[in-house]
Design a protein around this ligand. Structure first.
Ligand SMILES: *Cc1c(COP(=O)(O)O)cnc(C)c1O
Length: 406
């Protein structure tokens, strides 16, 4: 099988639609900035100089390529398929998010912007954005819900140390959704000087396709690496799905390989009951939120429902439009892991492999714990380890009841 046969670039269409999903649902004032961004992005994508510059910083600063690591003890323990981990947790700042932040800051620089803004939930995207803004000497403002600021103090301090201004958003639930609203409001007001680095494969066109393309390096590398190590393609890919960026980054370069099945894991929280989870494909319905049409957790009046997950990075009421489309096309399967299952995945990967995963990534680990034993020993699975667990250690220790020595 050819190693250079990649998925068709025909999705999304020219207006950013993935089938019935996606598009651009924004106020008039944002139509022109999005159009400008789109034009500049396509130009940059064709420009070898831009690609060389991006490759350089991904290699020298971000830490690419990441290893594709054979998880020998986890494989033996589960007694089924052979499991590989794509080690995005080893990237600078601790998660995959910097692939996209780096791409977008270079684009912003090219567009002559001097100010960067972003939304953040758990703070991982805020930290990645503050990092690249510091690198290029740009002014940086991060919008974060006031509740999230309290829950993720460490990341707030990291952003401040990196020179960013962190704005605690006190509207509504005071979490990610409100932070996005505030970032959009800022962007409308300061669009001449400012680029908005959106943090996942979500939002108005061109964000979902642009963010996916900045993350496809995960799948491009994994494909090359598995062909080197195993001389064949994997049978299954597994990734956690918040907005969907780490998952689509891994999946995209394999979409045209029918032998490769794919599994996205959403946050099942305390179980599939209203307001207790963030699994949009369980109980979500078609709607428009923050610039795009997708599956959304909403009540019968279209009010956005509360969500819950042990992992802040998966705790969002909507999912990226490309995932909605891939699910309707039955190209990708979606399941969920509960908080309890994710914590079990968190502990088992720590104890068996010496790798403490992010709680988000622990959902993907929970997925492989369920699936690997049902597959033959010669089957190959790649799990995307989207981030490391340093940020979650205190939280997990409390949940599990670890105590300091007397
Ligand atoms: C933010 C985050 C996620 C969820 O975002 P996606 O866009 O769905 O990838 C997953 N894992 C980690 C480590 C994160 O920081």
């Amino acid at each position: 099988m050819s190693s250079t046969q990649y998925a068709t670039p025909s999705m999304p269409d020219a207006q950013g639609h993935f089938g019935p999903f996606g598009g651009r649902y924004v106020p008039e004032t944002l139509v022109h900035p999005l159009q400008q961004l789109e034009n500049e992005y396509w130009r940059a994508q064709q420009d070898p100089e831009f690609q060389q510059e991006l490759d350089y910083y991904l290699r020298e600063f971000v830490g690419r390529p990441t290893p594709l690591y054979y998880a020998e003890r986890l494989t033996r323990e589960l007694g089924g398929a052979k499991i590989y981990l794509k080690r995005e947790d080893l990237l600078h700042t601790g998660a995959h998010k910097i692939n996209n932040a780096m791409g977008q800051v270079l684009l912003a620089r090219r567009m002559g912007k001097t100010r960067i803004i972003a939304e953040t939930g758990a703070g991982q995207h805020g930290v990645a954005t503050a990092t690249v803004a510091a690198m290029f000497g740009m002014q940086c403002v991060i919008y974060m819900g006031a509740v999230d600021c309290k829950r993720q103090e460490l990341n707030v301090y990291r952003m401040k140390m990196l020179g960013a201004e962190v704005f605690a958003v006190k509207a509504g639930q005071q979490t990610l959704k409100e932070a996005v609203n505030e970032a959009m409001r800022d962007w409308v007001t300061h669009v001449r000087s400012t680029h908005y680095i959106l943090g996942t494969a979500y939002g108005a066109h061109p964000y979902p396709v642009m963010v996916r393309n900045f993350h496809r390096i995960i799948g491009d590398e994994a494909r090359r690496q598995i062909l080197e190590q195993e001389k064949r393609l994997p049978d299954m890919l597994i990734a956690c799905v918040g907005g969907g960026s780490n998952a689509i980054g891994l999946f995209y370069p394999f979409l045209n390989d029918p032998s490769v099945s794919m599994l996205g894991i959403e946050a099942g929280g305390e179980g599939i009951l209203p307001e207790k989870h963030a699994a949009r494909f369980q109980g979500g319905s078609l709607g428009v939120l923050q610039g795009t049409r997708s599956y959304i957790l909403q009540d019968e009046f279209g009010q956005i429902q509360l969500t819950h997950s042990v992992s802040a990075g998966l705790d969002y009421a909507a999912v990226g439009p490309e995932h909605a489309w891939l699910r309707d096309e039955k190209r990708v399967n979606y399941d969920y892991a509960t908080d309890t299952e994710a914590l079990d995945g968190f502990m088992r990967l720590s104890r068996l492999e010496g790798i403490i995963p992010a709680l988000e990534s622990a959902h993907a680990v929970a997925g492989v714990i369920k699936v690997a034993p049902t597959l033959a020993k010669d089957a190959l699975i790649i799990v995307n380890l989207s981030g490391r667990g340093d940020k979650d250690v205190m939280h997990a220790a409390q949940q599990i009841g670890l105590k300091l020595p007397d």
